[in-house]
Design a protein around this ligand. Structure first.
Ligand code: ZN
Length: 180
């Protein structure tokens, strides 16, 4: 099934997630539905909070980029298999810094420049209930940090500088009023 994605202004986005005790068939089904919902909206990542659930789960799928020389599809993190489903994720290491534009399915039409770590190491349960560790850089590292924020009830709007907030104030107001 497809979920409706909750947008800014809905209090459910501020809820902190509850750790998953065990990856069961119900959890695997939730992950599949979240992936379907994310693909239907052309998103790169989605957290359970954004579909009104409170399990500590997020899904990510970064499409390959075109290699500049050969034009062939190329992944920035070739060792990481997509899609990535993270249950109870925890960042154990952050390195470096990257500054880039970030969007969010809960903030349609809004893009903000956000500073993030360039590389992160994340520990999580996979769909087989095994503890795994992934090291990611670039866009995938950015997506992991963004989705983990959601699981803590932290949103894109919290990453905005006062100047950025003023620039998108009208759009934020419309979202709060549900007139997107
Ligand atoms: Zn988001």
């Amino acid at each position: 099934m497809d979920y409706d994605i909750i947008t800014y202004g809905n209090k459910l986005l501020r809820r902190k997630s509850t750790p998953v005790e065990e990856v069961t068939d119900d959890i695997r089904a939730l992950a599949q539905d979240m992936l379907k919902t994310m693909y239907a909206s052309d998103g790169l990542g989605l957290a359970a909070e954004q579909v009104g659930r409170d399990e500590a789960i997020c899904v990510i799928d970064i499409p390959p980029m075109r290699d500049e020389e050969t034009g062939a599809p190329k992944r920035e993190n070739p060792d990481v298999r997509m899609p990535l489903v993270l249950v109870n994720p925890r960042i154990t290491e952050r390195e470096g810094e990257q500054v880039g534009s970030e969007g969010c399915l809960s903030f349609p039409g809004i893009y903000v420049t956000v500073k993030r770590a360039e590389t992160v190491t994340v520990e999580f349960l996979d769909m087989e209930n095994e503890l795994r560790t992934v090291r990611a850089c670039g866009l995938l590292a950015r997506a992991i940090q963004h989705e983990l924020d959601h699981l803590d009830g932290v949103l894109l709007v919290d990453q905005m500088s006062p100047v950025q907030k003023v620039a998108v104030a009208g759009k934020l107001k419309k979202l709060r009023k549900g007139r997107t």
